[in-house]
Structure formats: C-alpha cells, structure tokens
Write a protein that binds this ligand. Structure first.
Ligand code: NAD
Length: 482
C-alpha cells in the first residue's frame, strides 16, 4: 500500500478521493517505486473549489493588509518549522537532493514573509487635475479569485511565488500543481490553510491541467490566471482566457545563453556555467542552455569547466542529502534530453563529457551532466529548451557575433555575461533581449527583484513589488467638489 497519498484541499477540508474515483500513481524518480496516489478532480471538486474561493473573497479582501500580513507571517513560521518534512516529500517525488529541497522550502517561507510586508505597502496616488473643483485619486484593489497553475521543477517555491502575492493583495486562490509532484505542495498548502481565516481563502485542486484549466479559466468566478510552465501551455492558457479577456500572467520556458568574454575571470565563469547548467539536472527555466565563449579563451575555459563537471556527484538525494545531482524528474524529460543529444551528435557535435547514464546509478532517471562542443544553431540543443543536463559550448569571434547568437531565439528569459570590462557589461546588458541579465553571476530568481520573460518566455512579471501589482487592478476615482 503506497504511503504518501496526495489530497485536494477545498474549503479547508482534505479530499483524498474525488467523486469520480479517478486517481494516478506518484513515482519516486530515483527508484521508480510508486510512493502514493493522486486523486484527479472531477467537476464536483472543481465547482466546490470555485465556490469556496468565491465565498471567502468578500471577507478576505476586506481584512486589513496588516491582519493579512500577520497571518502570512504565521504561515511562514509554520512552514519553517516543517522544512524537513516538506523537503523530504519534495525529494521523494521530484528527485532533487535533500539539501536543495530544504533550500526550496525555505525560499517559499521567505516569499510569504516578504509579501506579508509588501502587501501593506500598496500605495495609491493623488494626481493633479486641471480643474480647481476636481480631485483625482488612483487606488489599487484586488482582482477576485486567482487560478494558479504550477510546474513540477520547483513545485513549492513557485507555488509560493503566486500564493503569497495573490493573498497579500487581497485575492483568494485555487492552486493546481503538476500531477507528478503534488505531495510537498499538499503539505505546504495544508499548513498555510491552518493559518488563514476565513476558511476557503486557499484551495488546492489535483489532476489534469487539460481538464481543470479550461474549467477554471471559463468560470466567471475566476478573474486572474497565473501559470508557470512551458511556452506551449502558456499559449493554450492565453487562448482559453481570450474569449473572456481575463488577466493572465505567464512565466514560461527559456533557452538561456551565457557569454564568456576574453577578459572574464574564467574560473568564476566556469563555476557559474557548471552550477547553472546542471543544477536540478538542468530542469530550471533559467538553466544555461547555450554557452558562448570567446575563441581566444575557449580551450582554457573548457578545461576549467571539465575539471568541475568531473567532480560532480550523482545519486539518490534522500540517501545522500548533499549529492550534487539527483535523477531527472520524469521519463519524458530524460527522453527529450536523449533526443536533443542524439540530434546534436548526428549533426556533428562532440561529447566531451558524460552523454550516458552514470555507472552504479539506481534504476531511476539518472543521467550524467554532459558537455558538448562543435555545436551550431542547426541543432535542437541550441534552439529549443532541453530542460535537461546538456551544456553545449560554442566559440565566437567578437561581441557582435556573441550578442547576435544569444538573441537568435524565440525565448527571452535570462542571459548571463562574464566580463571584467565595465563597458562590455553595460553594452551587452542593454543589447540582450532578455527579462533578466546576470553579469558575473548566475543567481536565480530572488523574491525582492522582478522576474519575467521577454518574447515567448512570458507575459508580466513575478516577484518584487512589480509582481504584487499583477494581482491588483488600478482604479481612478474622480471627485467633483460640488
Ligand atoms: P507544463 O506547461 O507542462 O505544466 C505546468 C502546469 O500547467 C501543470 O500544473 C500542468 O498540469 C498545467 N497545465 C497543463 N495544461 C494546462 C491547461 N491547458 N490549462 C491549465 N493548466 C495546464 O510545464 P512543466 O513541464 O510542468 O514545467 C516545465 C516548464 O515550465 C518548462 O518549460 C520551464 O521552462 C517552465 N518554467 C518556467 C519558469 C519561469 O519562471 N519562467 C519557472 C519554472 C519552470
């Protein structure tokens, strides 16, 4: 009998079995064992979640921002007290090493604390008018019920990046995690629910996005849709929302480049490249997908990269919490990685490290971090999001070529540059068509700074006070002094 069953949370109540009785297994990607089951929502649960979120909205939106902040801080404290339990579930279902899972849960608590405060600083404006008997006030108000769709790569922190600002702004929410990683989210949402009043402010639905998505998006109860997921799903959601002109925020796929200049600190650049290419097995939207290095330093840089990659440890992150890499999270993800690798090799790429399963790995979706050279933009690995542990390295002759190669993509999430020249740092940051540019760092999303994709990487931003505004509507109040 599986030990970890996922539950929906509707109007404060856990639901382990949907009225349709439909359910799916949850698999540990390190061992391929079934660790539990997930109930799939039927129309009954979907309607119940809509009712609960709709009913609680009036009271929650009228609760003072300070009181809402107090409850969100309490939730953060509860989450911190349960980091270990949530992190173990996360490693079990997603595969990332336990040390990283703990970090993810702590980041989720940090988002709750941040928006508990930021929600109290929703400022309006009084704008000057051209009439002496008129005053103009601009205020921001919550939108209503939010439907939030979350992927499997960072299920807890990415859920928190939606839940915290949505609730802090005075909205209520229905969260839909990915079906392969529900367990840590269930526990996270259960803890939040225990700290929030009234009941029904936060609800959790499980099951297929193809069923739950259209049902929530078309409901008149839902006023805002937010997704972190693939560009393909983002386009589907946008077209589902279009007939109703509903507000949509989309955090989508990436194909992130790093440019290593000839004047860069090559040791730091190699460290950044290895960390950001392979962390979480490359299953990160801001993972480095494409490495462009100045021809003059390419050999030295590659040596430094290989020295670091060859020291990486791989294993089951529950048994060895401090291992560098776990398995990939899904069979599909591993298959796509292999397809990109095969395509590249067929077109002339050289595998200089990895390219196969590690020896003595368990039965799970393990794969070695892999470095490729002799790559070009005819290969899928350079033009599509792999979402796996492949680092293709290509040389460039001058900075114009490097920028052109980096911008040669429909994606525009994050770009990285390593240089010791201040002018190069500024000029490249301004020319790169990406929502975030990291200069001499490969830092990921941090709660206080805006994170959003250009081009097909998204719409709107998450995090920071800008992210809060995605859950608020502007209202102009025009007063004539009669
Ligand atoms: P996905 O798009 O397959 O699924 C994301 C979520 O959307 C899941 O909960 C899924 O069930 C749901 N969904 C699927 N179809 C839906 C529909 N029609 N309506 C509503 N919901 C639907 O993505 P994934 O495979 O879980 O995650 C990987 C992708 O997420 C990658 O492309 C990655 O780059 C992206 N991602 C982006 C960011 C970012 O901040 N930009 C962060 C993490 C991951």
């Amino acid at each position: 009998m599986p030990g970890h069953n996922a539950f929906m949370l509707i109007n404060g109540k856990p639901i382990y079995e949907s009225s349709s009785k439909s359910q799916k297994p949850i698999i540990n990607p390190a061992t391929l064992e079934t660790i539990g089951t997930l109930p799939e929502a039927s129309d009954v649960e979907i309607q119940a979640a809509l009712n609960a979120a709709g009913k609680s909205y009036q009271e929650w939106s009228n609760t003072s921002p300070a009181r809402r902040g107090e409850m969100l801080h309490k939730a953060a404290t509860e989450v911190r007290a349960n980091v270990e339990a949530i992190a173990r579930l996360l490693t079990l279902e997603q595969g990332k090493p336990l040390a990283e899972a703990r970090g993810e849960v702590k980041a989720a608590a940090e988002a709750l604390d941040y928006y508990a405060e930021e929600g109290q600083r929703v400022l309006g404006e009084i704008l000057p008018t051209n009439k002496s008997d008129t005053r103009s006030l601009v205020i921001r108000q919550p939108l209503g019920v939010v439907a939030a769709f979350v992927p499997w790569n960072y299920p807890v922190s990415l859920a928190a990046w939606k839940i915290a600002p949505a609730l802090a702004a005075g909205n209520t929410i229905i969260v839909k995690p990915a079906s392969n990683t529900p367990l840590a989210t269930c526990e996270f949402v259960r803890l939040l629910n225990s700290c929030l009043e009234p009941i029904g402010v936060i609800n959790l639905l499980l099951g297929s996005g193809a069923k739950i998505g259209p049902a929530l998006i078309s409901s008149p109860v839902v006023q805002k849709i937010t997704l972190t997921g693939s560009t393909e799903t983002g386009k589907q959601i946008m077209s589902l929302a279009a007939p109703y002109l509903k507000k949509v925020s989309l955090e989508l796929g990436g194909n992130c480049p790093i440019i290593v200049c000839r004047d860069a600190d090559l040791e730091a650049a190699a460290q950044g490249t290895v960390y950001r290419s392979f962390r979480n097995m490359g299953q990160i939207c801001n993972a480095i997908n494409r490495v462009y290095v100045d021809r003059a330093v390419a050999d030295t840089f590659l040596e430094k990269v290989l020295a670091r990659v060859s020291k990486m440890t791989i294993g089951d992150g529950l048994r060895d919490p401090d291992v560098d890499l776990g398995p990939m999270a899904t069979a599909d993800g591993l298959e796509k990685t292999l397809a990109h690798l095969e395509d590249a090799v067929d077109k002339g790429a050289t595998v200089v490290y990895g390219g196969k399963r590690p020896e003595n790995a368990g039965p799970g979706y393990f794969f070695m971090p892999t470095v490729l050279t002799n790559v070009n933009h005819q290969m899928r690995v350079m033009t599509e999001e792999t979402f796996g542990p492949l680092a293709p390295v290509m040389s460039f002759s001058d900075l114009d070529e490097a920028v052109a190669l980096a911008n040669d993509s429909p994606y525009g999430l994050v770009a990285y540059v390593y240089t010791s020249n201040l002018k190069t740092a500024f000029v490249l940051s301004e020319r790169l068509q990406f929502g975030t540019v990291g200069i001499n760092n490969v830092t990921g999303g941090e709660v206080a700074f805006p994170y959003g994709g250009w081009k097909e990487s998204g719409l709107g931003v998450e995090l920071s006070h800008h992210g809060l505004n995605e859950y608020l509507a502007l209202k102009h109040i025009r007063i004539t002094l009669l």
